[in-house]
Design a protein around this ligand. Structure first.
Ligand code: SF4
Length: 365
């Protein structure tokens, strides 16, 4: 927290309006899962075979300067030099979130050393049945939980990251939080799913109004034992208590194509350098307020968490709101309790593969 706070204050004092907070470094697109809601693995085979070299990763990290590096993919543990990449980033004193489905974690854990700079961010999309359904892999939850225990036993930092889609049962999500806290993870990350047009399942992405309703049910009346690894104001944004514009430059993406315009989710071209990305992207064309249909229902953390962090440091009111949200986490809300008791639509046991024309059409409310 101190590293982030001092970094953001330095950017403010330097008068930088657009600064990166987290570099999303995708060293490969290959994966050992084919999740229904993922838009990252639909590339042709010759692209899926490509890896960023450690040197390319280090150059991107140095160029960008963000204090945190999130390594999604693809599945980063399938990268043949992932140990070397992580060691190089730890040496640079970057806070790394290695995002993994954990299927290979026990097998590859000897490649890493426990460090305050390295956190395994384990992809778990809910309790056993919900997770296995989301990742289209029976037994995936048990393997991941086993790997979490092993990583904790060896002294690694471990968090979870959870993507929630339409049909997620708020009561089950809350029970999942209890399970993760009992397991001993350091914190939990949450995000609503983004409606990738390449994702096989197009029916279960959330629109903005439904996102807020679902997160209000999940995150109100919070238990003291729950710890989230997210800005408290971003959690309030998800609950509908705050509105922010998107700051896509806050979490820029570098992958085998270069610097992706404008964000982790959209691909409107690539830049060769981070400076070129900042200078040549038409930022006003993005974000919910822009009217861009690709942004209409987006509330994902890669667009809006940096906005929430920026709000904390932009005014005294923002800072005080963050202090309040950190100290008073109960969010007592009778209506949210009622939402928890609403009957849930049954979730279909099989993923429906839809054509893009059946994409969700919802709301910019
Ligand atoms: S609103 Fe979402 S999709 Fe649009 S630029 Fe921001 S993060 Fe990307």
């Amino acid at each position: 927290m101190w590293t982030v706070a001092s970094y953001v204050l330095r950017q403010k004092l330097a008068g930088r309006k657009q600064y990166p907070l987290v570099l999303m470094l995708e060293p490969l697109f290959r994966c050992n899962l084919a999740c229904a809601g993922c838009g990252k693995i639909q590339y042709p085979a010759h692209i899926l075979k490509k890896d960023l070299s450690p040197e390319e990763c280090f150059r991107a990290v140095d160029e960008c300067g963000a204090p945190m590096v999130s390594i999604p993919g693809g599945e980063p543990l399938m990268h043949p030099q992932i140990g070397e990449i992580i060691a190089g980033l730890v040496a640079r004193r970057k806070y790394i979130y290695l995002c993994t489905n954990a299927l290979l974690l026990k097998e590859k854990i000897h490649l890493f050393q426990p460090s305050k700079y390295l956190t395994f961010s384990i992809h778990l999309d809910g309790q056993r049945d919900g997770h296995d359904l989301a990742v289209c892999r029976e037994g995936g939850y048990d393997i991941a939980v086993d790997a979490v225990k092993e990583a904790l036993r060896r002294g690694f930092r471990v968090t979870t990251n959870t993507t929630l889609f339409d049909g997620a049962n708020p009561k089950c999500v809350r029970a999942f939080f209890d399970e993760m806290m009992e397991l001993g993870v350091e914190g939990m990350m949450l995000s609503p799913g983004y409606s990738y047009d390449k994702a096989p399942d197009q029916k279960h992405f959330l629109g903005r109004a439904r996102t807020r309703r679902m997160f209000r049910a999940i995150l109100s009346n919070r238990k003291k034992s729950w710890r989230f690894n997210l800005s408290p104001l971003f959690l309030e944004f998800l609950m509908g208590k705050k509105t922010y514009p998107c700051t896509p430059w806050g979490m820029p993406t570098y992958n085998v194509f270069g610097w992706q315009k404008p964000c982790y989710l959209l691909q409107d071209g690539y830049a060769e350098t981070f400076a070129e990305l900042l200078a040549t992207t038409e930022w006003s064309n993005y974000g919910t307020e822009s009217g861009n249909p690709a942004c209409a229902n987006c509330m994902v953390h890669s667009g809006y968490e940096a906005s929430a962090v920026n709000a904390t440091f932009s005014s005294l009111a923002g800072f005080l709101a963050t202090v309040k949200a950190t100290l008073f986490t109960g969010y007592h809300d009778e209506e949210a309790l009622r939402l928890l008791d609403e009957p849930q639509a049954p979730v279909h046991p099989l993923v429906q593969i839809a054509t893009p024309s059946e994409s969700l059409q919802e709301t910019r409310a």
